[in-house]
Structures are given as C-alpha cells and as structure tokens.
Design a protein around this ligand. Structure first.
Ligand code: SF4
Length: 440
C-alpha cells in the first residue's frame, strides 16, 4: 500500500487526475465532446467506401428500463414497443445506406451495445440480428457480442441470441448490494443479478463477461469483497471492474449521498483489493479494468479497435473511425430520424485527424492493449514525430515505473496498469488542451 500511495502522489504531481473525473474508460480519441461539425460531410459515403481494410461494426440500442444515476451513455428510458419498432426501422435504413459503402470490407466483429439491448423483446432481438445478417456479410466474424442487463435478460432471449450466432454476452451487474443498486436506480436487485449470471454460466455461450463498478458513493469495501467471493464461485470467463468517476463530482450525481462520496484512499484500497484478489483467483489483467481467465476470453472487438483499426457505428449517437475520420451519429433521436429520412447518413460532428493526431490516437489506444505500442512504427506509419510534450510525459511515466520499454515496445508495467485509464486520460488532455490539462 505504501508503494501505491507513493506512486499516487507522484502521478498527482504530474497532473494525473486519480479520480478519473472526465473519462472513466478511455476508449475513444479525440473525446466526443470536442468534435466540431464535420467539414467533409458531403463526401462521407465515398470516404467510408474507400476504406478497404477489415472493419468492425457497433450497433447502438439506446433503450433502458431505468436511468441509472451514474450513466453517461445515450439512452431512452421506458420506450414503448412502437418506439422500439420505429428505431429498428431506422437502424435498418441506416444499415442499407452503409452496406453499399462497406461491400468491399470484410467484417472482423460485431458488437451490439447500449443502452440495454436486452430491453428489446425476443422478437425484436431476432429482427435486429436478422437485419444485421441481411445487410452485412458476417458469417465469418471473429466475435459477435450482445450486451444484456439482469432484469430484462431471460432464457427465451438467451436462446434467440445463441441461435442467431451470438458467441459473447456481456452483462452489467455493477454491485451486489441492494441499497447501492436501488439508490443508483439500477433496474435489478442482487438476487436477479446472481440468477442471471448462473443462467449465463450454465449456457452454451462461447464466452461471457460480467461488469462491476467500484468507488461508488456509499459503497463499502464489503460489497467488493462479496462480489469477489461471488466471482470466485461463478468463475466467469471475463470480468470488468470500472472505477466510477462521480465520487469527485458530489451532489450533482449522487444527491444527498454526496456526503457518502468516498475519499481517494478508500478507492485505492478497493482497487488494490480487486487487483490482488482477482490475481489470486486465477485472472489475468487484460487491460486496465478487464480481467480474463485465459487469453481466449479477451474481447476481440475492442482489441481490434484499440489496434488502430477502423470501425463503423450504427444507430443513434454511435461513433465511428474510418479512413482517419472520427465522427459521431446524431445524439438526438428526432435528428437521427430526420437525416435518415433524407437518405443521408445521420452524421453532423466529426473530424479528419491530422497525421499527428492519428499517431497520438494510435499510441493512446494501443497502450490499452497488453502488447503495448511501438512508437517508432507508429511514427513511421504516419510520417510524424509524437508531440514533444507527450514524449516527455511518457518518459516521466517510465521513470515512475508505470511504463517500460523493451525492444522498442512501450507498455504498462504490472504495477503501472493499475493506473491505466487515469494516465491515458491525462495523455488525451495533453494533446487536446496542452500541458495545463483540461480546465477544471
Ligand atoms: S442500464 Fe446501462 S445504459 Fe441504461 S441507464 Fe443503466 S448504465 Fe446506462
């Protein structure tokens, strides 16, 4: 613990926000809230069409039963069946436009996320999955993931998913403490979470993942210990522990629970407990928050994206990265529908990244992978040098033992990975906002 606290102090001095106050999960660059109106919008379909590499697809299903207090994902709560049907019709129209652009691409993997895709009925799920197969050639995809939440997931939906070729299911539990689940307005209780986890465990799905959160205001270390015991018993192939970010934001998100916001020391104790216990019960840390039983359980879809490969998002607010352009679909569903009605892709914001930005993007996201990155290869690929301030920051982090270089490859050390997303968020701030970081 003493060593962890020393590193925490050193990182704070380098401007690393140890509460990940802005990005709790660095997975996109540039940050979506910084994207301007896309200048080359008129040419976007031909730009997508010219991307001939292998590509992966993400389909956003924005429906949820409740609005969890900590959630920043684009979602629609309590939609009725006709609203879901209408949304699926527009996803189909968007898929139709995109399928013409992507006909030369081989699809690497597909990820259906949300929201809570299991909010759809079995029939709606079947319709969406059939639609994906109609418009895209996915018979040889390496992975097909579908996200579920405990309340709306059941045996009937599981059976549809398996019959439709889903081979990876990811379920968000977040906590096994009913007072936490109810305070944060999760749609399920601990008993349901446990029952649906066993449903997955006893199914024929190739692999599955369970999500937990730590650092929630009001959360006790006992909740973490209970979750770790449950993980040991269930032995899921993959588990994620996300550190929450709003403990530092207090009242805005947690209301009168703001006085229960955890001090940083408690969050570090939880993090350390998770890290050491998961190792002890036989899990490998695959990236900053993802624990897997064997390398076969790693999520191929995210690995592909972090390895500087293109991906296309379909649906309201979905985001994409194709041919050096990062862009996002309309966040508002009316605007999303309106643009599709005009036979256009539903895009407004995005940016053609400079070579320097593409190199930075490849570095930040590549550092999330266990393999790390070869900076000289990235520099050669994009014909630029990394920004001197980034180089300097990386050197300082090597000095602190967060990263190490071996045969030209830069990667997190075993201890460094503990601070993963906090460090990467600081790197993002460095390029977007300069060495002063983002205005607090
Ligand atoms: S179920 Fe998931 S997407 Fe929906 S509000 Fe809760 S955290 Fe957000």
């Amino acid at each position: 613990m003493e060593q962890i606290n020393e590193i925490a102090d050193a990182l704070s001095r380098l401007g690393v926000e140890l509460y990940p106050g802005y990005y709790n999960f660095v997975h996109y660059y540039p940050a979506l809230d910084t994207l301007p109106e896309l200048e080359c919008l008129g040419k976007i379909t031909s730009i997508i069409e010219n991307e001939e590499r292998e590509i992966c697809l993400y389909i956003h299903v924005p429906f949820c039963s409740t609005a969890c207090k900590f959630c920043y994902y684009p979602k629609r709560v309590g939609a009725n069946r006709s609203q879901v049907k209408k949304y699926l019709q527009y996803v189909e129209k968007e898929s139709q436009i995109l399928s013409r652009c992507l006909k030369k691409n081989k699809i690497h993997s597909v990820y259906v996320g949300g929201g809570s895709p299991s909010y759809m009925t079995a029939e709606e799920i079947s319709c969406l999955l059939h639609m994906i197969k109609t418009y895209f050639s996915i018979s040889n995809v390496k992975e097909f993931t579908f996200e579920v939440e405990p309340r709306t997931f059941n045996e009937e939906k599981l059976s549809i998913l398996l019959k439709s070729g889903i081979d990876r299911i990811s379920m968000g539990i977040q906590s096994l403490d009913d007072s936490i689940l109810s305070h944060y307005r999760r749609g399920h209780c601990a008993e349901e979470a446990v029952a649906k986890s066993w449903l997955l465990r006893n199914s024929d799905v190739r692999t599955f993942n369970i999500d937990f959160m730590y650092g929630l205001a009001g959360q006790a270390i006992q909740d973490i210990i209970y979750s770790l015991n449950f993980i040991e018993e269930l032995s899921p192939p993959s588990v994620t522990f996300y550190q929450t970010w709003f403990a530092s934001l207090g009242k805005k998100c947690v209301g009168n629970w703001s006085k229960k916001a955890l001090p940083l020391e408690n969050i570090i104790v939880m993090k350390e407990k998770i890290h050491s216990s998961m190792k002890q019960i036989g899990y490998l840390l695959n990236n900053q928050c993802w624990y897997i039983k064997t390398q076969n359980e790693a999520c191929l879809h995210f690995k592909f994206r972090w390895d500087d490969n293109p991906y296309v998002g379909i649906g309201q607010a979905a985001y994409s990265y194709v041919n050096g352009i990062a862009y996002q679909n309309m966040k508002n569903h009316f605007e999303y529908f309106q643009l599709i009605d005009k036979q256009k892709l539903p895009i407004k914001t995005g940016k053609l990244l400079s070579n320097e930005e593409q190199a930075t993007r490849a570095t930040i996201l590549g550092l999330k992978t266990n393999e790390g990155v070869c900076i000289s290869e990235i520099e050669e690929k994009y014909g630029v040098r990394l920004m001197p301030s980034i180089e300097r920051f990386l050197e300082q982090l090597c000095g602190l033992g967060i990263f190490f270089r071996e045969n030209g490859i830069l990667r997190f050390t075993d201890n460094g990975v503990f601070w993963g997303d906090c460090v990467l968020a600081r790197l993002m701030d460095e390029i977007i906002y300069g060495h002063e970081g983002r205005e607090k």
